[in-house]
Design a protein around this ligand. Structure first.
Ligand code: ZN
Length: 450
């Protein structure tokens, strides 16, 4: 008997936690944190206390009380007794927060399977973010083409195109047939061929079920979405038509976007200025040759921006040990100010105070290469525009989504033709029902037998 239980990603975008059971094999597909988790009870600095382990999460039902899943230390202050692991493995589809973050609570004895690139991302994040600690695990890395046996099931990872490298879908071969888990995916990025490959493989497996993401299963798209190639072309237009500095803000781990902006800068004889954090991430990702990313230490087109810290004199001791690796590539606000027309600079919202020191010329440019705000009352968006207006910087919205749109999702389900479809990672299960055959809508914590 094969069953599926959804502990996250139900009626919301992200937070996937799917339990698949087949006889004595029990595996989780992703173990992420919801973007809105606990927002009825926690906000800003009022957050679950790490010192109380899972106690604060169980209080509000934010994580399922399953025996044999969590680490002993996490259960210390709860009424759930610790028992040896009753789960065989957790498979991570890709390194985004909403798919991996809650592995920090898992029993370290439970193996965590993940792509080799995903492991590099997790390590880089732990090193450079004080709030990131995934804890110890028995990590096992995989690549496309591997077949992983867990009890009587076989899990086959298949790479897909998404807004972060090392993204996979899974074909899970069970006693009742193949279950497809899409993970998150798109078909308009530079590696759309990988998504095509996945579609064909999934179709050939004649699946009994598909757990399908539906981020963009929406009636009307209000936000403008380009393909990655269009983002590159339009960014090039901005950069090539000005002699002033161009700032870019993007998702820090979207390496397709980094590559696009890097190439735009290079094609326009400009250097790209990145943060030490991005330099560190690049330094780790060059270990994976297939990602084909530039080495921040060797590549002459990359400069690393150091903010003034502590002494204010850019001394080595002012910076974290991991930040010091790139000091030979250091540029400061003075350099950026003097060389504005020769640079494209990564600048995220939380670094905007640097503009005070950089003193950009009037009429400089800012490319917002991220999603548009969800609501018109987005405070961060308002503050961002206040800053841009203050410095008389021109705003450009250029972004490519990490997800299939509605028509592509319908096309995906028509192509693969699974007997049943479980919509996950979506706020619109009903629209799936309207548009696709074999939809089984899901409720949190309910078991579905295949
Ligand atoms: Zn996601």
């Amino acid at each position: 008997m094969v069953s599926l239980t959804f502990y996250g990603g139900v009626d919301e975008i992200g937070g996937n936690k799917v339990l698949l059971e087949d006889d004595d094999a029990r595996v989780f597909l992703d173990f992420g944190q919801s973007f809105t988790m606990g927002c009825d009870f926690f906000m800003g600095w009022l957050s679950p206390r790490a010192s109380n382990g899972l106690g604060d999460y169980f209080e509000f039902g934010l994580l399922p009380k399953l025996k044999g899943l969590y680490a002993e230390e996490q259960l210390q202050f709860t009424n759930v007794p610790y028992v040896k692991p009753r789960f065989d493995a957790v498979f991570l589809s890709h390194p985004h927060f909403d798919h991996v973050s809650h592995i920090q609570f898992l029993d370290p004895e439970i193996p965590v399977y993940l792509g080799e690139g995903t492991k590099l991302f997790l390590e880089a994040m732990e090193k450079t973010s004080s709030f990131c600690n995934y804890k110890e695990h028995r990590y096992r890395t995989f690549r496309t083409g591997d077949r992983i046996n867990v009890g009587n099931i076989v899990v086959e990872p298949v790479h897909v195109d998404h807004s972060i490298p090392a993204a996979y879908s899974f074909l899970i071969h069970t006693s009742e047939g193949t279950v497809v888990y899409t993970g998150d995916l798109r078909a308009h990025g530079p590696r759309k061929d990988m998504t095509e490959e996945f579609k064909d493989k999934a179709c050939e497996s004649e699946p009994v079920a598909m757990i399908c993401e539906g981020t963009r299963m929406i009636e009307v798209e209000r936000r403008k979405n380009y393909s990655e190639q269009q983002v590159k072309t339009l960014s090039d237009k901005v950069v090539s038509s000005t002699d002033k500095i161009v700032f870019v803000t993007r998702y820090s781990r979207d390496m397709d976007r980094f590559r696009s902006i890097y190439n735009v800068a290079k094609n326009n004889d400009r250097k790209i200025v990145v943060s030490p954090k991005t330099a560190h991430l690049l330094g780790r990702l060059v270990e994976d040759k297939r990602l084909d990313l530039p080495d921040p230490l060797k590549d002459k087109n990359i400069l690393v921006y150091y903010k003034r810290k502590r002494s204010g004199d850019f001394e080595e001791k002012d910076y974290y040990v991991w930040e010091r690796d790139f000091m030979e590539k250091m540029v400061t606000h003075e350099f950026v100010h003097k060389n504005q027309g020769k640079l494209v600079m990564d600048l995220n919202f939380y670094q905007f105070a640097e503009l005070i020191d950089i003193k950009p010329m009037q009429g400089s440019h800012f490319i917002h290469s991220m999603s548009e705000p969800y609501s018109e009352e987005d405070i961060e968006d308002e503050v961002m525009h206040n800053w841009l207006n203050h410095f008389k910087i021109q705003f450009h919205q250029l972004h490519a989504s990490g997800h299939l749109n509605r028509d592509q999702l319908i096309d995906l389900t028509n192509h693969i033709q699974p007997k049943k479809i479980f919509p996950i990672h979506t706020e619109n299960q009903q629209l799936f029902k309207k548009n696709c055959k074999g939809i089984q809508t899901i409720e949190s914590g309910k078991e579905y037998i295949l």
